[in-house]
Design a binder for this molecule. Structure first.
Ligand code: PHE
Length: 460
């Protein structure tokens, strides 16, 4: 595939780790992980999730970085060039195309949820949490969902924030922003952890997160854990591949991946411990309250604690930063493609794709109000349909294809060249895991993700 532009490489130490961690740490860690842990019984779920990170997440993330860095191009051109070099069928280029598309689909609904954090920053700062009861909190949240105009405004603003960073370019936009936002995010998280330790039921929370009850292990929660390990590490759609293209050649892939996976997991665990500590300290609310945990339960906790107003605002600013560094990685593969393949400047490419994602997101805004009765795929709302297609189909499928492509198709010398400075023992372990264990495990998730839906359509 022809390219008009060559790639930049990030100059400063640690930029890749910060950017990849920025992509990985997002709503998945702070919004989703705590509530699915709450719904799936705590410790046993955490253990299954950690196993998935180790057996699926880490090997596939290494493969993605390797592809991006080897080709030094956006995921679409990267897969095309690597196919050619490996003498593999052109069909494998689908990895890049599907990834860029998945990025647009995820971005379209991700900015809707991320937009809620903007609304909640305003609510916290203007004192709306003070003395909040469970009932009033639910009304506040339902009121937001019922107001398409307000949701549209936040969705638009978040998309715009994403476009601005991308338009500023790979160094001035992406690199500079993660170098500021990620350290800030870590500081805010530590502040919240301290607050939760002082104000919350820390011991109860730790017991809940880490006590292990074998009867909590079920096939279903294993699947949730597996699917989540994918989403949370931003795997299967090329975000990490796109960033890998900017990673200096002398940096160790395996060590970097370990850092990113560790930081991502740590943020999820710390956020979980802090959130549950606050939730357990507030009478009458429960840890298993689902997606509303962050937007309904937590404001009640903040509203009834000392200095809850300040810390509530800090909390939602932190979530906003986490989401922001993720949204930029969702659009980067497409923007880099338009830039490198057709010579679009980054401003035009970011605006164009931003508008596409924004328009696709309108349905997600309306699916909570005007379109709440409309059903799309198999009885699901528009929002759930987009989430299902991207998270349960496109990401795992992309992940399997990446594992199979790097495991079976890429020539040894391509891989060994990129991994020249890694420990040979690690490389010896990594390849078979990538060839066999990861794809089989992911296929299990994929089939189980689709199967219940197919059965509902054809059998019932
Ligand atoms: N990893 C992000 C999160 O946990 C979501 C994401 C998925 C970002 C795929 C980029 C690509 O919120």
């Amino acid at each position: 595939m022809k390219r008009l532009k060559q790639h930049v490489i990030w100059g400063q130490r640690g930029s890749f780790i910060l950017a990849a961690t920025g992509s990985a740490v997002g709503l998945g860690n702070i919004w989703k992980f705590p509530y699915i842990t709450g719904e799936n019984g705590g410790g046993a779920f955490v253990l299954m999730y950690l196993l998935c990170i180790l057996l699926i997440g880490i090997p596939i993330m290494m493969a993605e970085i390797l592809m991006g860095r080897r080709a030094r191009a956006n995921p679409i051109i990267a897969t095309a060039e690597l196919c050619e070099a490996a003498g593999a069928s052109k069909l494998w280029t689908g990895i890049g195309w599907m990834g860029a598309l998945a990025g647009l689909v995820i971005l379209s609904f991700y900015t809707v949820i991320a937009g809620w954090t903007l609304e909640y920053i305003v609510a916290a700062v203007s004192g709306e949490f003070t003395g909040l009861t469970g009932e009033a909190s639910k009304q506040l949240f339902d009121g937001l969902l019922a107001d398409p105009g307000k949701m549209l405004q936040w969705h638009t603003l978040f998309t715009l924030m994403t476009v601005v960073i991308l338009a500023l370019g790979v160094t001035r936009g992406l690199e500079s922003s993660v170098r500021v936002m990620m350290p800030l995010l870590f500081v805010l998280l530590l502040v919240l952890l301290g607050y939760a330790a002082v104000e919350g039921e820390f011991a109860t929370s730790l017991r809940f997160m880490f006590s292990f009850n074998p009867q909590d292990i079920s096939w279903e929660s294993a699947l949730v854990a597996m699917g989540h390990s994918f989403f949370t590490l931003s795997l299967g759609m090329g975000a990490i591949m796109a960033y890998g293209a900017y990673m200096p050649s002398n940096q160790s892939v395996s060590r970097t991946v370990l850092y990113v996976a560790l930081l991502d997991t740590l943020v999820a665990l710390v956020a979980g411990v802090a959130i549950f500590a606050l939730v357990f300290a507030t009478p009458g609310i429960s840890p298993g309250s689902g997606p509303g945990l962050m937007f309904v339960t937590l404001p009640v906790a903040f509203g009834n604690m000392s200095a809850g107003l300040v810390f509530g605002a800090i909390f939602f600013v932190m979530v906003m930063l986490a989401a922001w560094t993720s949204t930029i990685s969702l659009l980067e593969p497409g923007v880099a493609y338009l830039n490198e393949r057709f010579g679009f400047n980054r401003v035009a490419a970011s605006i164009l794709l931003g508008v596409v994602a924004w328009a696709m997101g309108l349905g997600s805004v309306w699916s909570f109000n005007d379109w709440s009765a409309k059903q799309f795929l198999w009885g699901k709302s528009y929002f759930d349909t987009m989430d299902f297609i991207a998270t349960n189909i496109m990401l795992p499928l992309g992940g399997v294809l990446i594992a199979l492509f790097v495991g079976w198709k890429l020539r040894d010398h391509h891989i060994l060249h990129e991994l020249a400075s890694e420990s040979p023992r690690l490389v010896r372990w990594w390849r078979p895991v990538l060839k066999f264990i990861s794809p089989v495990a992911v296929l299990v998730v994929l089939i189980n993700g689709i199967f219940p839906v197919l059965r509902a359509v054809f059998v019932e």
